[in-house]
Design a protein around this ligand. Sequence first.
Ligand code: HT7
Ligand code: ZN
Length: 844
Amino acid sequence: PQPIYLADYTPPAYLIDGVELDFQLHPTATRVISRIRFTPNAAATSKDFFLHGEGLTLIRASVDGRDITPELVDGGLKADVPDAPFLWEAEVEISPEANTALEGLYMSNGMYCTQCEAEGFRRITYYPDRPDVMAPFKVRIDGDELVMLSNGNPVASGDGWAEWDDPWPKPAYLFALVAGNLVARDDSFTTMSGKEVDLKLWVRPGDEGKTAFGMQALKDSMKWDEEVYGREYDLDIFQIVAVSDFNMGAMENKGLNIFNTSAVLASPETSTDANFERIEAIIAHEYFHNWTGNRITCRDWFQLSLKEGLTVFRDQQFSGDMRSEAVCRINDVSALRGRQFREDNGPLAHQVQPDSFVEINNFYTATIYEKGAELIRMMKVLVGDDAYDKALELYFERHDGEAATIEDWVKVFEDSTGRDLTQFRRWYKQAGTPRVAVSEDWTDGTYTLTFKQSTPPTPGQDEKLPQHIPLAVGLLGPNGDEVQPTQILEMTEAEQSFTFEGLAAKPVPSILRHFSAPVILERDSTAQERAFLLAHDTDPFNKWEAGRTLAKDVLVALITEEDAPLDDYLNAIAVMLRDDSLDPAFRALTLGLPSQDDLAQTLFDAGVTPDPMKIYRAQQTLWQAMAEHLQDLLPRLMAEMEVTEPFQPNAEQAGKRALGLGLMNLLNRLDGGAAAQTLYDRADNMTLRLGALGYLLQAQKGDTALSAFRRQFEDDELVMDKWFSMQVYHAAPEDAVDVTDKLTKDTAFNWKNPNRFRAVFGALMTNPAGFHNASGDGYKLFADWLIKLDPVNPQIAARMSSAFETWRRYDVDRQAMMKAQIERVLATEGLSRDSQEMLGRILN
Ligand code: HT7
Ligand code: ZN
């Protein structure tokens, strides 16, 4: 497959004044009639008329009422058209029922729905399916469905038809249509200028009881965007629809967001605290896209991070305001390190603004989203909060209604602050995670910190230039008092020193506070210093980081059979746990250990070939040591974490449950599952029930609970996803592949449903000791299923192929086995462009 290059961008030959679409719905033969008013684009370099189209049966086409026979070409059609405004009409036929890729118009549980980002609209009708062509849409839907929805405001409806009008010009990727037997939770929101907006959250009958939380999250998001960004909603109605078969979390279609059921439906009995938190964040994210993505969209898909990075940053800010800012930041950084650092340090590393791609669906990555958000966070740190607010005002004013670029974004910051961001632009164009090595000097009362930065080579980019890195640094005195509050040091050189005067004694530095830049900090430090920072740092992120680094030191030493600072760690954790002034959620996070994948990468970076079994065993050993060391503390602390009030999915209760479960993880190693069984039997919410089930599985005592769980929840798809994933995630390394294989034969393993497929194979990816079983069976099973899924849903198959992205980290045997499986999938006849690109990049 041929790549597409950013450098080849040319403006569209024709612009659109207005679009009218008629849908005559039928599961296997939907007719789509389009009437599009085109105008030649004065800024265009070509007059060629080309419309994208894929898998469409063209019935007829006309220009200004004259029937024509367009030339059907690969990926679309060409036609001769006037060099003046004209009306294009076409009728096509499509089969939603045959659409298993879930892109374009498809069916999910008998309901029609669409997914058009990035290039799905071309599977609905012939159209210039590129984001820089924006147009107002009018839509008429004819069909037997009870509810028939599209973007914008409702115009009129009758028996078997409905009309919608979206006055805001939008690119085709924001088009949406939904039709089916749906029921709504209704509400309303009064905007800052006093306009009343109807809110509707549509679900399948039976799911009404899971809509209250999502609706509240929507109203909170609308209010927050007004208060913090001054952004008001701009239609009479805002709708969300929950759909079972969906490739990602949700989609921000103008006025009609479509959500994966897993990203919107919630109830205490069926959802965990983590589910509630994720739902709140995704609802906010999609809503915030109304301004950052929809009103201002992207000129082309190379600018994807313009909307995604900014909108992730905004949803992170929102979650921080709704919950504990410190806890949210720690979770966001953990996710960044777990997914984006993994990507940035392997064969799939790419720029936040790529120069080329083969399949755009493969670029909805942690780099575009999460690293993109970190770049915006750094810009805010560099210019300051007030200047950030002013820059955003200018961004909205200057680019509203436009399809903009990342360059436009950076320019707005330059113009509004007067700062030169030339070097900062490198963050968008240079892939890879910078390493920042720190050394210190204390001479004659002057304290000096010296930083050296370097970024390892990434595919296609061997040489790297220094980045502009904001380093937030504070200093602590020997008694733990802060002697230098947080200061932003701007690093722009490959090597740079910063001095601090007037200190009475050599301080302990707290570097990269709040994780002020997406870099890997390299600092040799003693266990005592880490324990000191865990006890005294005033920056919650670095306080947590000190505990995490100390845990990592212990684990790495256990794995490499060196002296481990175990006592320092255990004592520091005991002090931290006893500190009632610390938020339970924070204590729960600090009690956690670095993941097996994180350890594998750390070892690999240190030149040690990671052995998945040794990593697994080291984790088990440390948990056991923690359990024994802390056993006297457990009963009292666990009792303190009991929530006696009725369940609320708020941060306070969630924090208590998280710490309670974290402590039960330790107790479970001492009592062989007894407390977990009691908790399972008593649990009145999914957080505790699922936590207890996990510990029972870990203690190899989960059979009875698993059967009971299934009986209780077998009609609930989302809970059954948990039933599947728990078994794989908690399987012992030697059992994980068999457990996975057995689950794929279960009658409830509906593998064409992305949530179910991910529940099983996503869980195998997060059980590294199981997946990397020395037999190679994990690799084979995974590859078998990629081959099976690819023709049905290439997008998901390609995404899941990242299971193999770290293959070069491992020993020669594992490398050979993984390589053989990658090659086997690649050799599959008719393999999708999506999977070809991903596996090809992984292999090279
Ligand atoms: N902008 C959306 C990205 C997206 C997507 C969503 C659902 C299914 C397929 C998709 N392809 C791309 C989601 C978001 O970032 O908000
Ligand atoms: Zn998004």
